[in-house]
Design a protein around this ligand. Structure first.
Ligand code: UDP
Ligand code: MN
Length: 245
């Protein structure tokens, strides 16, 4: 039976947004049985994002999840309110259904090898895999035991007090597992979003499924698009002879 991958993308308005979102949409277009939940950190839907979603053949929904006034500070994390809105959408749509799916948080600026989606499609509880370009190590990866082929720890530049030291792009969750854990949620706490969310799913280390050849391949990268100046669309018309004839 076909398992749908529910890709949750938090996004927000800035000069590089459409460059990132266009690239991501064209990556996701190559993946079958995928449903894209685009959730904006905004009070209003961006027209450019809406048009992008209409242009693609990807099944999608366009949600709004603005940060609440109580969580506008830097310590509240990036993209949390909109991810929470996407999770709420999944609960509303699929509680008491037998929908087979996998949830994956795909930030708009990362780079994805489409093979990672086929790796995560078989997730029974929580699957994990390496992410490239993470801070000073350039890597965040589960450590897999050679004897048991189980995940026994993490190699990540920020272990701190985390039990599950993974990046947002480094794990996927079975939809029914999430639906069966009504209290599963993401905290407004920088650095602990992934750890708390996975803990709230009530899984054990033994439940973690290593993917990407026992976590020896990098199929997703935590790339960052550098800040830039937005194109001036008025000038685009003004300096184009074709438009001045
Ligand atoms: N994001 C958001 N609101 C914000 C900042 C970020 O919705 O105020 C989204 C952003 O579009 C991305 C994710 O949250 O999909 C993570 O943000 P970012 O890539 O800037 O964080 P970093 O990768 O530097 O941790
Ligand atoms: Mn990012």
């Amino acid at each position: 039976k076909d398992v749908t991958i529910f890709v949750i993308t938090p996004t927000y308005s800035r000069p590089t947004q459409m460059a990132d979102m266009t690239r991501l949409s064209q990556t996701l277009s190559l993946v079958k049985n995928l449903f894209w939940i685009v959730s904006e950190d905004s009070q209003t839907r961006s027209q450019q994002v809406a048009e992008l979603l209409n242009r693609t053949a990807i099944r999608s929904v366009h949600l709004l999840g603005p940060r609440p006034a109580t969580h506008l500070d830097r310590r509240s994390g990036r993209g949390v309110s909109n991810r929470l809105m996407a999770l709420q959408y999944l609960r509303e749509q699929f509680t008491n259904t037998s929908e087979e799916g996998v949830i994956y948080f795909a930030d708009d600026d990362n780079a994805y090898d489409i093979r990672i989606f086929e790796e995560m499609r078989a997730t029974r509880k929580v699957s994990m895999f390496p992410v490239g370009l993470i801070a000073k190590l350039g890597l965040s990866t589960p450590i897999v035991s050679r004897q048991t082929a189980k995940i026994i720890g993490f190699h990540d530049p920020f272990i701190s007090r985390r039990k599950y030291a993974v990046d947002m792009a480094g794990f996927a969750v079975n939809l029914q597992l999430f639906l069966n854990r009504p209290k599963a949620t993401m905290p407004y706490k920088v650095g602990y979003e992934e750890d708390y969310f996975i803990k709230s799913l009530g899984v054990q280390f033994d439940d973690l499924e290593p993917k990407a050849h026992n976590c020896t391949q990098i199929l997703v990268w935590h790339t960052k698009t550098s800040a830039a100046i937005a194109p001036n669309y008025a000038y685009l018309t003004k300096y184009n002879d074709y438009n001045n004839t």
